[in-house]
Write a protein that binds this ligand. Structure first.
Ligand SMILES: [Zn+2]
Length: 229
């Protein structure tokens, strides 16, 4: 008789996080309503010094996201290359950013390194205020999860929804606990920069994730859930 040794243990699917960097207005206008449609929260990494600028979010829009269960994350005041700054400037960029949000009643838990670059000094300053740090490398995030070294898959203009689906499937097969898919701009117009996702492509990704019943969470809540398992 053939004995088929099937592992009946339920496969643990990775938690999916959607992040948005640099507070582009089109991500709010085009991406946010689609995330609401699928009932998915997200995390927005914002430079507090650019709030209200041309084609960037206003404080009112940031508070709207905050009130819809989005996580707002720190990303420095002005998006500098942290390693090039003096100690005083690095402290200002990281800590003043934190307090600029706190002044608006928004407490921050996560920080995204501008362009993924930071020195040991910068990490020490960030860790004094933040619980989680996201870098700019797409690394496999299996257990044990290092909350100060979170990777992400950054969607670029030439990418396709199929590439995101394959990344998520690969993570599921590899036993990753967390997969972060990062976007900048969500738009169908003037797609000349490197960091656009077309609106219909964005919805195709959300629809696929919803159909497969992946758990979608804010980055801070996903990390807490994984670390308290
Ligand atoms: Zn950025």
């Amino acid at each position: 008789m053939i004995s088929c040794d099937i592992n009946h243990q339920e496969r643990v699917q990775p938690i999916i996080c959607f992040t948005f960097d640099d507070a582009h207005l089109n991500a709010y206008e085009n991406g946010f309503p689609l995330l609401e449609k699928y009932n998915f929260p997200a995390t927005s990494f914002i430079n507090s010094g650019t709030v209200g600028r041309y084609k960037r979010l206003s404080w009112e829009q940031i508070l709207d996201l905050h009130n819809h269960n989005w996580e707002i994350g720190g990303h420095t005041v002005n998006h500098p290359e942290l390693p090039e700054l003096s100690d005083e400037e690095a402290y200002y960029q990281i800590v003043q950013d934190y307090y600029n949000f706190l002044e608006h009643g928004i407490e921050l838990n996560s920080f995204a390194l501008p362009s993924g670059h930071a020195t040991e000094r910068d990490y020490a300053i960030i860790k004094s205020r933040y619980k989680n740090i996201r870098n700019s490398i797409d690394k496999e995030m299996r257990l044990p999860l290092n909350r100060f070294d979170l990777g992400y898959y950054a969607y670029q203009t030439e990418y396709t929804p199929q590439m995101v689906k394959e990344r998520i499937i690969r993570g599921s097969i590899n036993g990753e606990a967390l997969i972060v898919i990062g976007f900048h701009q969500i738009s169908d117009n003037n797609i000349d920069a490197i960091d656009y996702c077309r609106t219909e492509d964005f919805e195709e990704i959300l629809c696929w994730v919803a159909e497969r019943e992946y758990l979608v969470m804010r980055l801070d809540q996903a990390v807490e859930k994984i670390l308290t398992k």
